[in-house]
Design a protein around this ligand. Structure first.
Ligand code: PRP
Ligand code: URA
Length: 209
């Protein structure tokens, strides 16, 4: 299965708090990080391990297990993806960060690219793309296109809320990519906003609403 709605009680509780109309910037930002951290735990359950030998506390060599291969790159989609970044790096502190800047044109709802900076050796890394909202899916598919064009083979997506329309668009373009989400909401409204959704996640994280 390529869509994983995470039904852990902490995820449900925290996401519910984020839906409140009168939530403060501080609370929204804190909760976005906390939910991102919980989703990262779920999304990394199948990371491959390999044995390694290290010197233990008393000088005796011991066998431990380490995550195999080149480490992860986290890919926040600007701006709102930055609001999840600390939550992800709390669990994967050695991850390299690639950044994609896209905004959604308000009329066409199509993504407009304005920045990109990728780390090296994308073909050897697991990329974890983070964005709070998967709405039409345009921004996510544009980001996945960029990663694939640079040879990235292993990609996971973490979003806080997904609309069925966005899931379908990603799955149609990239059926092999796993999507982890705290909720699959009902639909998009006439302006392309997810309902019930969270509102404009970027504005809420940056306090620009
Ligand atoms: C939001 C959100 C996603 C995108 C989702 O960003 O963070 O990137 O919209 O919509 P889509 O699935 O229809 O593409 P926005 O364009 O508002 O930019 P921002 O992060 O700078 O606020
Ligand atoms: N972007 C947002 O921030 N929220 C939505 O509901 C859709 C796109």
């Amino acid at each position: 299965m390529s869509v994983h709605p995470i039904s852990h009680p902490l995820v449900k509780h925290k996401l519910g708090l984020m839906r409140a109309a009168d939530i403060s910037t501080k609370s929204f930002r804190e909760l976005a990080c906390e939910v991102a951290k919980l989703l990262t735990y779920e999304a990394t359950q199948n990371l491959e391990l390999e044995p390694a030998t290290i010197e233990g506390w008393n000088g005796t060599p011991i066998e431990i297990e380490q995550i195999k291969g080149k480490k992860v790159t986290i890919v926040p989609i600007l701006r709102a993806g930055l609001g999840m970044l600390d939550g992800v790096t709390d669990l994967i502190p050695s991850a390299r960060i690639s950044v994609v800047g896209l905004y959604r044109d308000e009329e066409t709802l199509e993504p407009v690219p304005y920045f990109e900076k990728f780390v090296s050796a994308l073909d050897e890394r697991l990329a974890i793309v983070i964005d709070p909202m998967l709405a039409t899916g345009g921004s996510m598919v544009a980001t996945l296109d960029m990663l694939k064009a640079r040879g990235c083979q292993q990609i996971k997506v973490i979003v806080l809320v997904a609309a069925p329309e966005g899931i379908e668009r990603v799955q149609t373009a990239y059926p092999d990519i796993e999507i982890y989400t705290a909720a699959i909401d009902e639909r998009l409204d006439e302006n392309g906003y997810i309902v019930p959704g969270l509102g404009d996640a970027g504005d809420k994280i940056f306090g620009t609403r």
